[in-house]
Design a protein around this ligand. Structure first.
Ligand code: ASP
Length: 342
């Protein structure tokens, strides 16, 4: 084959569908709040985008058909296994996952830490169902495939293509319940943009991911119950009831979504200290939605054996804590070093 012919070969992108609004159906095209998520098949979604033909050869697979609010551990494990298997194949150049927006940020970060490949992995989604007026899913999917097929997307960890923007898996979070431009990467900003077939990166991802990640779940099958980790919120009038109930139910880890700089109501803080004394791993994050939690700032982490989530929001802190506990790394010093690295 001549060098020219090699250049002209279209890349192959695997598209895995999991459901979500991107595959959603609404009885009335003007209604974008009440509809059923995860109705249409991946083939149907792809057939609405003839322009894909000019970008990549597509290999499609339906992994699930759920509303992502109902996502559970088994789907995360399945996705990691499937993504790693597909990306090991020489004939797959990149991979796209169509997902619901509600828990997209959690799945993106899970894969960021458990996929072992430098090939692009791009999540995308939609805020308007497939059958709604001005549905956003098809253009998001086209952009996601464009990104997954692009050489500049290699070795940047898991990415999200949404509303023409490229976000990093670690920083993206959903910030609107209804707006089409529903995601942001607070503080750190987007990584770049995609428009009219053009891909441009403006920033690098600095924390460890994919190939540098120490988290390996190859040996874990979908029946395996990941360590139980729950999120508890601190608020005016908070009590110790939820934490005590979780400890009695033998919880492995708790992420507290603190107020402000991860500050915790005095009653809740005492309950968390008691939980820690009984061997529960406790991570302090913030419910604010941007900024970092300073270690030993609003709570005495050293004295209580707590861990600061840094810039990870509570939902992503939960993902990292689950993975750490899966590997048996629940002690505060080890845990803190993981939270500082990932
Ligand atoms: N509830 C839907 C989901 O997460 C919302 C969406 O996809 O926009 O599956």
């Amino acid at each position: 084959m001549s060098a020219d012919a090699t250049h002209q070969k279209r890349p192959t992108v695997a598209v895995l569908a999991t459901g979500g609004t991107i595959a959603g159906d609404t009885a009335d095209a003007t209604q974008t709040a009440s509809y059923k998520a995860g109705v249409f098949s991946v083939e149907r979604l792809l057939s609405a985008i003839p322009a894909l033909d000019g970008i990549a050869e597509i290999y499609a697979e339906q992994i699930a058909s759920i509303d992502s609010k109902d996502l559970d551990d088994a789907l995360w494990i399945t996705l990691t296994h499937r993504v790693n298997t597909l990306l090991m194949q020489n004939n797959i150049d990149g991979l796209v996952i169509a997902h619901g927006t509600d828990t997209l940020e959690e799945t993106a970060y899970w894969l960021h830490l458990t996929v072992a490949s430098i090939k692009p992995v791009v999540l995308t989604a939609a805020m308007r169902p497939f059958t709604a007026l001005s549905a956003d899913g098809s253009l998001n999917l086209l952009n996601a495939v464009t990104l997954a097929a692009h050489p500049d997307a290699v070795a940047r960890g898991v990415l999200v293509a949404f509303a023409n923007r490229i976000h990093g898996a670690r920083d993206i979070t959903k910030i609107s319940t209804y707006a089409v431009d529903a995601f942001a990467s607070p503080e750190s900003g987007i990584l770049g943009w995609i428009q009219d077939g053009r891909v441009e990166f403006q920033r690098l991802v600095t924390r460890a991911h994919t190939m540098q990640s120490v988290f390996k779940i190859n040996a874990i099958d979908t029946q395996y119950a990941l360590p139980a980790v729950q999120i508890v919120v601190s608020h005016a009038g908070a009590s110790r009831l939820v934490v005590d109930t979780l400890v009695n139910a033998r919880i492995c880890g708790i992420v507290v979504a603190g107020t402000g700089n991860g500050s915790v109501h005095v009653r809740l803080q005492q309950a968390l200290a008691d939980a820690r004394a009984r061997g529960v791993a406790v991570v302090r994050s913030s419910r604010v939605g941007s900024g970092h939690v300073m270690r030993n700032g609003a709570a005495p982490d050293d004295a209580l054996g707590l861990v600061s989530a840094g810039t990870l929001n509570p939902y992503k802190a939960r993902v990292l804590l689950i993975l750490a506990l899966t590997h048996g790394w629940g002690e505060p010093v080890m845990l803190q070093s993981l939270f500082d690295q990932y």
